[in-house]
Design a protein around this ligand. Structure first.
Ligand SMILES: C[S@@+](CC[C@H](N)C(=O)[O-])C[C@H]1O[C@@H](n2cnc3c(N)ncnc32)[C@H](O)[C@@H]1O
Length: 260
């Protein structure tokens, strides 16, 4: 089997260090009694080899047809499902009726989009182990008050416990990326539904960080604030100073101020 040619536009940087691959694969814990695992972007299967040693019901989704042919040949006769397609376009509600986990050395050009998709699927996705650019990994796992704290930190931390596991240097990939990478893990928390209008919560968080240097009173102006809402002291702060609970509280207050 000849190797797959790395295609830049698909974010293909193949992991060559088997110890790192094993460490990533072993970071998946099966949290929430989940046995169904979806690997995004398996490439030539460096993580897949280790995942196959575990008791997972494994499905791979890979956009690159050359990789898919390679994988079909490599894993012929093995108990796993290989799908060719774009993870972002997939309908996983049909594929998975039960909870599932996601793992991958993600294509860095779409790693934020992958996590927004995870948020859409949050009622089913129990655990995520992913390698991505270090900068995005820091953003997702950042606590409030940090410069890197942003939209994905708040939205994901509302529904998941986020951990930064370890940093990975560029020289373990072929071809090496220009940036450092990091592996993170998300585990679903016990929040089924936030105690506020969730659609409005998502809108408010995005609006708050849109102009993150402004106080919330100014940043949230486009949402149509009543005088009573504007007088709240919390609005003297900037978005990066607020935790998930503060955003929930603001959402509740904003919605009730519109009803008055
Ligand atoms: C960084 S490489 C990782 C490959 C392999 N897992 C490894 O560690 O060597 C990212 C992989 O994601 C695939 N990919 C890119 N965009 C994708 C998408 N939208 N859906 C599914 N796979 C995608 C690429 O073809 C590539 O194989």
């Amino acid at each position: 089997m000849s190797k797959v040619r790395a295609k830049k536009h698909l974010g293909q940087h193949f992991l060559c260090d088997l110890q790192v691959a094993e460490r990533i694969a072993c970071s998946l814990t099966g949290f929430g009694d989940t046995r169904n695992v979806l690997e995004i972007g398996p490439g030539m299967g460096v993580l897949t080899d280790y995942l196959l040693e575990k008791p997972w019901e494994l499905t791979l989704i890979e956009i690159d047809s050359e990789s898919v042919s390679y994988l079909r040949e490599k894993y012929a006769g093995r108990a796993l499902t290989i799908l060719e397609g774009d993870y972002l376009a997939g309908k996983y509600r049909e594929l998975y009726k039960a909870p599932y986990a996601i793992i991958g050395n993600f294509p860095y050009n779409i790693s934020s989009q992958i996590f927004f998709k995870v948020l859409e699927e949050r009622d089913r996705v129990m655990e995520v182990v992913g390698m991505l650019q270090k900068e995005v990994a820091e953003r997702i796992t950042s606590p409030k008050g940090n410069k890197t704290y942003g939209i994905l930190s708040v939205l994901l931390q509302a529904f998941y416990v986020a951990e930064y596991l370890f940093t990975v240097p560029p020289d373990v990939f072929d071809p090496p990326p220009k940036v450092n990478s990091a592996v993170i893990r998300l585990k679903r928390n016990s929040v089924q539904e936030l105690p506020c209008n969730e659609k409005l919560f998502f809108r408010l968080v995005k609006q708050a960080f849109h102009t993150r240097r402004k106080t919330l009173r100014n940043a949230l102006k486009p949402m149509g604030l009543s005088e009573a809402f504007k007088s709240m002291e919390l609005l003297d702060l900037r978005a990066e100073q607020l935790g998930v609970d503060d955003f929930v509280y603001l959402t509740q207050k904003l919605e009730s101020s519109w009803k008055q």
